[in-house]
Design a protein. Structure first.
Length: 389
């Protein structure tokens, strides 16, 4: 009997321990980003998830003219985004998972340095050569991801507004993960949507533990028991006689705006011809259209609606900087987005094909350090597959 009681009490204590552990905060390793300040080296406890060939994040202050004093301790983390479509990220394994269906609160101090003068990658590789310093000061935002491994961005947990402040401010976030995650990743990212990448920075310090909290419950709607007010009697005012009718003005015929796709003219088209979709823009690193894009999309739709015998291929292209797999995925997703839009407007899917060419067909081959060249290479084209008329 005594043995049974001991076993029962032990099981109860084990269950209580597990219950209390679920409510304990998840403490990050080195949450204040403490380490010896140095450039191109992230603080201890954090893993660099940046792009191959690019420098790692910086442990600040003291480098690239960054002089901001720490909010806590002796150092902090500096992350940048670059105009060559690369940006910096750090990650670490969590001491306990973020569980699906639960809610959490997290805070971190963020700021922006008024100066962040950093040389390009080619300058760093050539000691002693004149350096082309770039000021990374355009405001960026912080994105927080959950995942199942270092650098795995499985679910976007939260993102900040653009960090425009140049003094430390505490930013608060709420996580409501749909999946369970064992890693967390902090990413500096551009304003979205944006047409072209730019140079910017974000400073991070004094991250809080991740606290489990109750998920919000909507408040019940309260009944309104206020009696209605009596309407005051208004004096009767005789209406003035109606004015004499005026003749209808001549309708103003507005001129049609000029076509965007000047080459998309049935009289001049031939099978195999390729036409670039001008003024088609996507959010950075995504296949989502910006609002300015629908004018050219609708122009393409009108052409296909009026020419039922025309079949086309939508081809996506990227610049030459990211790796081949990434370029293939992004260009395919963007081409498919155009096809999906046309189908949603009523164009038969049998008349449409899409293909992602990635970086295999650049207009300008050496675009790494040439923004204008990258703009030309990043494009979506239509190719006339057949015309039966």
């Amino acid at each position: 009997m005594r043995f049974t009681i001991i076993i029962t009490l032990s099981l109860m204590m084990f269950c209580l321990d597990g219950l209390f552990a679920q409510d304990e905060p998840i403490v990050l390793e080195n949450p204040s980003f403490e380490d010896m300040p140095r450039h191109s080296r992230q603080p201890r406890g954090w893993y660099d998830c940046g792009f191959p060939g690019e420098s790692a994040p910086d442990t600040q202050p003291g480098f690239f003219d960054v002089t901001q004093l720490p909010q806590d301790g002796d150092s902090y983390l500096g992350l940048v985004v670059r105009d060559n479509e690369t940006w910096e990220m750090v990650a670490q394994r969590l001491s306990r998972p973020l569980e699906a269906g639960k809610c959490y609160e997290f805070s971190v101090y963020l700021s922006r340095s008024e100066l962040y003068l950093s040389p390009g990658k080619d300058d760093l590789a050539s000691p002693g050569a004149p350096q082309n310093m770039k000021n990374h000061t355009t405001p960026v935002k912080l994105r927080i991801w959950g995942g199942s491994g270092y650098c795995n961005k499985a679910e976007l947990l939260a993102e900040s507004s653009l960090i425009i402040n140049t003094r430390w401010l505490e930013y608060n976030f709420k996580f409501e993960p749909k999946n369970t995650h064992t890693y967390i990743l902090f990413e500096a990212f551009y304003k979205t949507p944006t047409l072209f990448p730019y140079n910017g920075n974000i400073l991070m310090d004094n991250a809080s533990p991740i606290y489990p909290v109750d998920c919000d419950v909507e408040n019940p709607t309260l009944a309104d028991n206020t009696p209605p007010k009596k309407e005051e009697e208004k004096p009767v005012v005789e209406a003035p006689p109606p004015p004499p009718p005026t003749p209808n003005p001549e309708p103003v015929v507005s001129e049609k705006p000029p076509k965007i796709l000047q080459d998309l003219d049935r009289k001049n088209l031939k099978t195999g011809q390729t036409i670039r979709l001008e003024k088609l823009y996507f959010a950075m690193d995504e296949s989502t259209f910006t609002p300015d894009s629908y004018e050219v999309l609708d122009e393409l739709y009108e052409f296909l609606k009026d020419n039922q015998d025309v079949r086309v291929e939508i081809g996506g292209h990227t610049n030459t900087i990211p790796d081949t797999d990434y370029c293939d995925r992004l260009s395919t997703a963007r081409a498919k987005a155009v096809v999906d839009y046309l189908i949603s407007k009523g164009i038969d899917s049998s008349r449409l094909e899409y293909k992602g060419y990635g970086k295999r067909q650049p207009i300008i081959r050496n675009d790494k350090y040439n923004l204008e060249a990258r703009k030309k290479n990043q494009r979506v084209e239509i190719r006339i597959l057949s015309m039966d008329g």
